[in-house]
Design a protein around this ligand. Sequence first.
Ligand SMILES: CCCCCCCCCCCCCCCC(=O)SCCNC(=O)CCNC(=O)[C@H](O)C(C)(C)COP(=O)(O)OP(=O)(O)OC[C@H]1O[C@@H](n2cnc3c(N)ncnc32)[C@H](O)[C@@H]1OP(=O)(O)O
Length: 210
Amino acid sequence: MSDEEHASAPHWSETWRGVEGQVPAGPAGYGAMIDTLRTFLDDVAAASPDEAIVAALTQDMAGWSSKLRPLAVPEAERIFAHRRDLPGRGQTMSPQLFIDEASAESVRGHVTFGDYYLGGNGAVHGGAIPLLFDEILGRLSNAGTQKRSRTAFLHVDFRSITPIGKRLQIRGWFEYEEGRKRLLKADLRDGDTLCAEAEGLFVELRPGQP
Ligand SMILES: CCCCCCCCCCCCCCCC(=O)SCCNC(=O)CCNC(=O)[C@H](O)C(C)(C)COP(=O)(O)OP(=O)(O)OC[C@H]1O[C@@H](n2cnc3c(N)ncnc32)[C@H](O)[C@@H]1OP(=O)(O)O
C-alpha cells in the first residue's frame, strides 16, 4: 500500500465496530427491532400454531409489509445490514456474530444459531454455516482497506454437526495475499469439537467492477 493509500484507508476496527464518534444511520431502537425480529423468526420456526394464530399472524405481517413497502429506499440509504456498530450488522440473514477480539489479520468471536437455522436432528442447516464464514471472512478481507474484494470461492468442510442453541466459537485469519488475491481461513468450534472449517479466496475488485 502506498503512503497515500495508507493515509486514506479506513482503520480495520471500523469494519467490526463502525466509525468511532460517528452517529450510526437509522433511528434509535433499530438494533432492538432487529433482535426482536431474530427472536420472532426462531419462535416461528419452533412453534406449532393453530389455525387462528396462523390467520392472525398472517394478517399482522401483511399489515406491517404494507406500512414498510412505501418506505423502501435505494441500497445506499438502507439501514438493514449497514449497521457495523451492531453485532450482526443489523441484519437477520446470517446469525448474529459477536466479535470478541480483532486485528487487521485475524478475528475471533462467538455465535449461537437459533431454531431458525435448524437443518435436522438438532444440527444447523449446512447452508447457514457457509453464510457465517462468508460474513466473517468477507469482512476481515475488507478490513482496513478501500480496495474491496469479493468472494471468488468458499470451500467449507463440515467436520461434525453444528448444534443449534449453543454458544460456539469462531475464528478467521489471513493465510496470505498475492497481488489481488487474498486467501483466508476460518473455523467454527463447539468447545473442543471442530464443527466446520473454511477456506475462502477473496479477489480485490478492479475499478468499475460491481
Ligand atoms: C463490493 C464489496 C463487497 C463487500 C461489502 C462489505 C459489506 C459489509 C460486509 C459484508 C460481509 C459479507 C461479505 C460477502 C462477500 C461476498 O459474498 S461477495 C458476493 C459473492 N461473490 C461474488 O458475487 C463474486 C462474483 N465473481 C466475480 O465478481 C469475479 O469472478 C471476481 C471474484 C471479482 C474475480 O474476477 P476478476 O476480477 O475478473 O478476476 P480474474 O482477473 O479472473 O482473477 C484474478 C485472480 O484470481 C484468480 N481467481 C479468480 N476466481 C477464482 C476462483 N473461483 N478460483 C480460483 N482462483 C480464482 C484468478 O485465477 C487470478 O489469479 P492470477 O492469475 O492473478 O494468479
